[in-house]
Design a protein around this ligand. Structure first.
Ligand SMILES: [Zn+2]
Length: 74
């Protein structure tokens, strides 16, 4: 095999490797998005309690959600 014949093979191998890296990076990013989407509401934030049922922000002194009336934790 001459160098001229081997060159396209090297280029193809490089392209395949690049595509594989892009696909892996996309998959990782997609998994991160799914992990974030799993729990859209934090249990509590600064100065307010998030309703576990509807995600409404309530005052930390409240023990019931002002939106749906669900019992709040904490
Ligand atoms: Zn609620």
């Amino acid at each position: 095999m001459t160098e001229t014949a081997a060159l396209p093979i090297v280029i193809i191998a490089a392209v395949v490797g690049l595509v594989a890296v892009i696909l892996i990076m996309r998959r990782v990013r997609h998994q991160e998005e799914e992990a974030t989407a799993e729990s859209p509401f934090a249990a509590s934030t600064e100065g307010e309690k998030r309703c576990p049922k509807c995600g409404m922000g309530n005052l930390w002194t409240d023990d019931r959600c002002i939106s749906c009336g669900a019992h709040l934790r904490g």
